[in-house]
Design a binder for this molecule. Sequence first.
Ligand code: HSE
Length: 404
Amino acid sequence: MIKVAVLGYGTVGSGVVEVIERNHTKVNASAGEELQVKYILDLRDFPGDPWEEKVVHDYQVILADDEVSIICETMGGVGAAYQFTKQALEAGKSVCTSNKELVAKHGAELLAVAAANHCNYMFEASVGGGIPIIRTINSSLTAEKLEAVVGILNGTTNYILTQIQENPEADYAESLKAAQELGYAERNPAADVEGHDACRKVAILSSLMAGRNVDPEKIYTEGITNVSRADFDFALAEGMTIKLLALSRIEEDGRLLAMVAPFMLPMTHPLARVNDVFNGILVTGNMLGDAMLYGRGAGKLPTASAVAADVIECGRNPSRTVVRGWTQEEAGLADIGETCRRFFVRARISRREAVEAAFPGGKVCAQLENHNDCAVITPKLSEKEFEARYSALGDAVLGRIRLL
Ligand code: HSE
């Protein structure tokens, strides 16, 4: 019998218990023996919950119990979650988590602790919710040199952007509230809308790709708070949409270019059709070319299913470290100021001439009815050059979005 403890009985933790219970025949068959949740750690009590008798408040009870070989860390945060994870791994108990903040910040160290103690630190649910992107990279693309990943990695912001795209009346605050009610948003939704959640996820993918540690603090990150209805109106008229993308690419000099920002992309691009809570991740390998994974990027049961799959993998591999992940050596990051692309610029109609003159060779977007703003798409410029010209325009400009 494989005995498991779940730390944190919130959205994902309760989902893990539900997946193991509702699918117990399949879960046990996959694990090769019966898998049972022995403890649930939480500060709260859950009177009336079918699993209330499993709830404990003291982590030491779990740590001291030799029967427990696998722990699901679904608490979130980098405080107690870090301490508890490290202690579990040092005691030889495998840990499976959805905690992208912790994996992005301390993943390299925790992977090393797991390897030293012949157990596993697994984090499938930390990127892309229910999409098996980590296992795909670790188990399926093992003959590939991965060159790039581009993805929609945050379900909450994709849900909000889809609402704005599809419904002219959609309100930003109401769309965010709906995403929170559906269980997609982080406890502090600023992590979603300001891009930090996608940044942590792309830091994890970048670290896996590079085999070295990518510090999320060093990744250029912009969220969706400046994307407006007017931006969408122009984008749609140009046959494009706007998505919050996370990019990571290994440059020719071996450095890694990683960033998170809203991008305009043609409706014909595969990521343009990834809507609502769905995530899409386009992976490029040197032999494979492109492969795309698509699925629910947030939500209780899809995320819990990914944690449960990690639990099963740990159960199948007792006392054996399956995945080594990446080392603690820092990966070198490229300067995004040197990268070149086109930009969409929205400006006051009264300043159209100045804006067009700042970006000669650009494309002037068709004027939209009932709009007192205008827009141009610049020729290809380096980020540095664009920012210099854009900021020189002062209050003539109302916003800018990169083109993919
Ligand atoms: N808040 C996250 C999202 C949850 O919206 O994608 C899944 O990591």
